[in-house]
Ligand binder design. Structure first.
Ligand code: TXA
Ligand code: MG
Length: 332
């Protein structure tokens, strides 16, 4: 585990430059980084995570000037979004240049680019003088890591180093968008909300995969949509309804070993162990993955999570929770 002092950062940079992987903090979640143009280094990411080879990686930059070498074309709307939302939790899919190997792009002709706002991440990228490929630093399928301890739990013995930069401020992964003739397509909701994008670019199409289960033969707009995601060992269910109805459902149906994620802890007389999911979309985004991991640590069998509001970053919380719950929503 590395700290944030000069020697630790030197060590992280020299590992990355020599073709190794290093877990680094960002404002969204921790990423497992390697130099994006180094095929062997990138293969180590897929191996450490157990990630399917057709699921592309995002490339992280620390300066707009790095973009030119990585993409072959910058759509006008991408330039506008970069001006408004970078650095920050937005990933934009653009046509890739030859500098990005197919190992990194999961065989696609496009590449997702992100310019993080986290200072440590930017310092590490800029000292590597190269775009860094970095998926979330969890084992494939498990909840994304929002602190260094989460990374340690999943990656101990699998990667050479973790830079501990404390807890991530956003707590869910970046918004992913692609570009169409007259607007943008939302592939994954995140910290830059649909409302913010609509105000910036006008037309935003929300891809069907954001809130619906894709049929096995459907072609996913983003490969990550196909895979099981964010799943703790416990079985997760979403409870949709008023706080009174949810209280009634838990009183009638909960058993020992159940956990409930609620908006503040109400005095509910039930057998479930209640945890505070927070009362705003920002708090819920910040806590979701930590709470899912906590439920597993405490031996949860079933987790009942209150359905979040879907405005702002709430849509991202809902999207991740739907996947953690394998789309099981109970209307109470
Ligand atoms: O906030 C984040 O985005 C974090 C931090 C570390 O930056 N990274 C992250 O990466 O969440 P990952 O690999 O866990 O998720 C990237 C998602 C995947 O669902 C992937 O399928 C999609 O973005 N994606 C990446 N490149 C794409 C592309 N060229 N076309 C469509 N989808 C793409
Ligand atoms: Mg991920």
């Amino acid at each position: 585990m590395l700290g944030t002092d000069g020697r630790s950062i030197d060590m992280a940079v020299s590992l990355l430059k020599s073709g190794e992987t290093v877990a680094i903090p960002t404002e969204t979640v921790y990423g497992l980084a390697a130099v994006a143009s180094d095929e062997n280094a990138v293969r180590k990411i897929f191996e450490a995570k157990g990630r399917p080879a057709d699921n592309p990686l995002i490339v992280h930059i620390s300066d707009l000037s790095m973009l030119e070498a990585i993409v072959s074309e910058i759509p006008p709307l991408a330039a506008e979004c970069a001006r408004l939302f970078w650095p920050g939790p937005l990933t934009m899919v653009m046509p890739k240049s030859d500098a990005i190997p197919y190992v990194t792009s999961g065989g696609l002709e496009t590449v997702g680019i992100r310019f993080p706002s986290n200072e440590l991440a930017r310092e590490i990228i800029s000292r590597c003088k190269a775009g860094l490929a970095a998926p979330s630093a969890n084992l494939s399928g498990s909840p994304s890591p929002t602190c260094a301890q989460h990374v340690m739990k999943d990656m101990r013995g699998r990667i050479p180093a973790i830079v501990d930069g404390g807890s991530c401020s956003v707590g869910v992964e970046s918004t992913v968008i692609s570009f169409e003739d007259d607007g943008v397509r939302l592939l994954r909701p995140g910290g830059v909300s649909v409302e913010m994008l609509r105000e910036a670019v006008g037309r935003v199409i929300i891809d069907k995969g954001v809130s619906h289960m894709l049929s096995p033969d459907a072609k996913a707009a983003s490969p990550g949509m196909k895979y099981r995601h964010y799943s703790p060992d416990a079985e997760v269910f979403i409870l949709r309804g008023t706080s009174e109805r949810i209280a009634g459902y838990l009183e009638a149906n909960s058993q020992e070993g159940d956990f409930a994620l609620l908006f503040g802890i109400d005095a509910i007389n039930c057998k479930a162990h209640m945890l505070d999911f927070g009362s705003t979309p920002e708090q819920q985004a910040n806590r979701l993955f930590d709470l899912l991991r906590k439920c597993d640590e405490l031996g949860a069998k079933r987790v009942f999570a209150r359905c979040p509001e879907t405005g702002g970053v709430g849509l991202a919380v809902y999207n991740r929770l739907l996947r953690a719950a394998a789309f099981r929503v109970i209307d109470v």
